[in-house]
Design a protein around this ligand. Structure first.
Ligand code: ATR
Length: 305
């Protein structure tokens, strides 16, 4: 199916939507501004639900869709979306690197992460931002009350999810940030990219010391396969928070493992998901939405499944 066909299959017609020049006060009869999340797969994305909840709470009119894009079709899908009057996009796996590449302007967060999850269609081109890292930081600090400054942080994983959060974590001035990965060379390379931004070091699981961390963040995709990174339980000793960027209706395998081995406090990534969406919402609509009720609603959705 062509991208146009794909968009049409999602209920999006290709007739261009002309934004009104008059204020929104006069737009009652016009279609609401169009937003979407693009990825593959996309059917389980919670972004439409989150953005609709934000929009309702803030009296903002939006039409937010989930669009599955074939590999190789991302740039065309974005340009078709833009031609239809689309105002903003969230971008998820596997297109975050392409989203960075096709933008006309990029935030410093995008340059650091080398990927983008938020696009804003502006009159003079596409602006790209990456809200994943600040979403994690906001969840840790505002929702969980877990300050990062002066803390010893262990980031497990060195793939795309990890690279999006290293810069924002370092900005909070932890006393040290260790990136540990199953393949040590990827952790070393990721740490080297951020060496100028703070006390960061990369290593393999086998050279990780015990008893050394306040906060552990799992940024691996191991939970997706029901697996657990092969860390020694000793790393959990003394932690104030063990966090998994994954989430689900029940505790992730990593959080179950941490609880079983004595972690005093664990949290999953649902709050990060909502907070990264909140930063996107602010980029598009100029208001940072309240997130606590939305996190609670999403949690209730998950436990009802
Ligand atoms: P993502 O964009 O989700 O980060 P990715 O770039 O493919 O995906 O990275 C996946 C990460 O999860 C990597 O750090 C990977 O470790 P390797 O670099 O050694 O492959 C990690 N990972 C996946 N499965 C894992 C497992 N069973 N145990 C430990 N780490 C795992």
């Amino acid at each position: 199916m062509t991208t146009h066909g794909l968009l049409r299959a999602c209920g999006l017609e290709m007739t261009p939507y002309t934004p009104h020049a008059m204020s929104d006060l006069f737009e009652f009869d016009s279609p609401p501004p169009l937003y979407a999340v693009m990825g593959n797969p996309i059917e389980h994305s919670k972004s439409p639900r989150i953005h609709e909840l934000f929009a309702t709470a803030n009296n903002v009119r939006i039409d937010y869709r989930a669009i599955q894009v074939d590999p190789g079709g991302f740039a065309q899908a974005v340009h078709s979306f833009q031609a239809m009057g689309g105002r903003g996009l969230n971008v998820t796996v596997p297109f975050k690197f392409e989203a960075r590449a096709l933008a006309d302007r990029r935030s410093p967060r995008v340059e650091l992460a080398e990927s983008a999850n938020t696009l804003k269609m502006e009159s003079d081109g596409i602006f790209a931002d990456n809200t994943d890292g600040i979403g994690l930081v906001n969840d840790l600090q505002r929702n969980l009350g877990c300050s990062i400054v002066g803390r010893r942080v262990l980031l497990v994983g060195a793939g795309g999810a990890a690279s999006g959060v290293v810069g924002p974590l370092l900005e909070q001035q932890p006393v040290r940030l260790i990136i540990a990965n199953r393949s040590a060379d990827r952790a070393v390379a990721l740490a080297a990219r951020f060496a100028a931004f703070g006390p960061v070091r990369g290593l393999g699981f086998d050279t990780l010391d015990d008893d050394d961390f306040d906060i552990i963040v799992n940024a691996t995709s191991a939970s997706l396969g029901g697996e657990i990174p092969a860390l020694r339980p000793g790393v959990l000793t003394g932690t104030v928070l063990v966090y998994d960027m994954m989430y689900g209706g029940t505790a992730t395998p990593f959080l179950q493992w941490a609880s079983q081995h004595g972690a005093v406090r664990v949290a999953d990534g649902l709050g990060m998901l909502v907070e990264q969406a909140a930063v996107s919402f602010e980029i598009w609509h100029g208001v940072y939405p309240a997130t606590a009720d939305v996190i609670a609603t999403l949690r209730a959705d998950l436990s009802a499944v």
